[in-house]
Design a protein around this ligand. Structure first.
Ligand code: GDP
Ligand code: MN
Length: 398
């Protein structure tokens, strides 16, 4: 589950990570009030106004702007709130901005130049350890750095049972070329950052840039945090951080029905039980000349209600030209699924796309008979290759 920058920074602050201070605002008036409060709290007279959407690259897309004075805040906030922000990560349609973070300007002049670094903490599945990835080349796209200067990207693996050791934190500060006060600050920063990642059960914390200010403070200017949904039961307060505006409405509806659904761009919708079979079904669709419109795993205990919810969600996608239902009757019996399909079909009514149902496993023949005798425009298939051939047929006439 992704959260906004301002929410990620609040978590970081709680764990003692120094952050660029800021206050979130929904309107230009609130933005001005936020700026005034920041001046009172931090003494800053310049501000950055930052669009809050779940996508990176906001700066380049025009979603991060510097206000050189309180009188500039309202105008900039007005421009950003409500804008359709297009970045490398939003796709061409962009994302509507509902909130801005008004933050203190931390790139103020001083004894040295401000310097940007990159740091992230995530799980290295292959090694079964956490890993801190960091580089002196901060502020830019990490993928570009990885391509152009792979040698500049460092990795520090951390055994989750032992935690981040002092020598590791010092090594990181050393590899980033830091000395004196800045080095001490970085040790504190990375130690607190790892603790935040670890204790929140997060999937990823990415801070780009980490900034060394002109007076040698180390702080998080940005925060991209992915919480682990499977750990939310241990962090009840995180549930409220979810922003449905940032999610595909069909995916939201699916999650409310306990369906594992991921929307894709293709033309053949599919409904399957089991993630592995769902992946194989998507392959079948591709081999038949179609493109999967979604991934949908209805789970082991598919019944009439789940089938209906799945149907409705798939049918809301205007790109869908055909639907392939592929169920293996293991826990669930095929006749029950077949009845569920027929029931859902009648209940929804006015389904204009061809539907192919492949049922295998317990009571498969009975299931096929129910489908065939239903009188509905549903084609049944027994073998996977029959299902593929049916998909090909219906696409040819779609
Ligand atoms: P992203 O583009 O979505 O990754 O958003 P960031 O939060 O990383 O901000 C983008 C860029 O805005 C940073 O790399 C900085 O160059 C700039 N920026 C952020 N905060 C400040 C600030 O306080 N002062 C100034 N002058 N620039 C800032
Ligand atoms: Mn960033």
């Amino acid at each position: 589950m992704n959260i906004h920058e301002y929410q990620g920074k609040e978590i970081l602050k709680k764990y003692g990570v120094r952050i660029q201070e800021g206050i979130v605002a929904d309107t230009p008036e609130e933005a001005v009030a936020a700026a005034e409060k920041l001046t009172a709290d931090t003494g800053t007279t310049w501000f950055v106004i930052k669009a809050q959407i779940h996508a990176g690259g906001r700066g380049k897309g025009g979603g991060v702007k510097l206000a050189k004075g309180l009188d500039k805040v309202a105008g900039i906030a007005k421009d950003i709130i409500g804008m359709q922000l297009i970045t490398k990560q939003t796709g061409p349609e962009g994302r509507k901005v509902n909130k801005v973070l008004v933050a203190q300007d931390v790139y103020y002049p001083g004894a040295s130049e401000p310097k940007e670094y990159y740091m992230s903490v995530l799980l290295d599945r292959a090694l079964g350890k956490n890993v801190i990835i960091y580089t002196t080349e901060g502020g830019m796209d990490i993928e570009e750095v990885a391509e152009a200067h792979p040698e500049k990207i460092h990795r520090e693996h951390v055994d989750p049972a032992v935690g981040l050791q002092g020598f590791q934190a010092r090594k990181i500060a050393f590899n980033l070329g830091l000395e004196g006060e800045a080095q001490k600050e970085m040790v504190k920063f990375v130690t607190a950052l790892y603790k935040a990642y670890d204790e929140t059960d997060s999937a990823m914390f990415e801070i780009n840039p980490v900034l060394k200010t002109s007076d040698n403070k180390i702080l998080a200017v940005d925060a991209k945090v992915t919480l682990d949904e499977n750990a939310l039961y241990r962090h009840k307060d995180f549930v409220a951080l979810r922003d449905f505006n940032e999610e595909d409405p069909l995916e939201v509806e699916a999650s409310q029905n306990n369906l594992n659904y991921v929307k894709l761009d293709g033309n053949v919708g599919c409904m399957v039980n089991g993630a592995g079979l769902a992946m194989a079904t998507m392959d079948i669709i591709k081999l038949s000349g179609g493109e999967p419109a979604n991934f949908l795993d209805v789970g082991g205990g598919a019944n009439a209600q789940t089938v209906e919810a799945g149907f409705r969600i798939i049918l809301k996608d205007p790109n869908v030209k055909a639907i392939l239902i592929n169920i293996f009757g293991g826990i669930v019996r095929c006749d029950r699924v077949a009845n569920g399909v027929v029931e859902a079909y009648k209940k929804i009514g006015d389904i204009r796309v061809p539907i192919i149902v492949r049922l295998q496993g317990t009571n498969a023949e009975e299931g096929a008979r129910i489908i065939d005798e239903s009188g509905l425009q549903v084609k049944s298939a027994t073998l996977l290759k029959d299902a593929a051939a049916r998909v090909k047929e219906v696409l040819a006439t779609a």
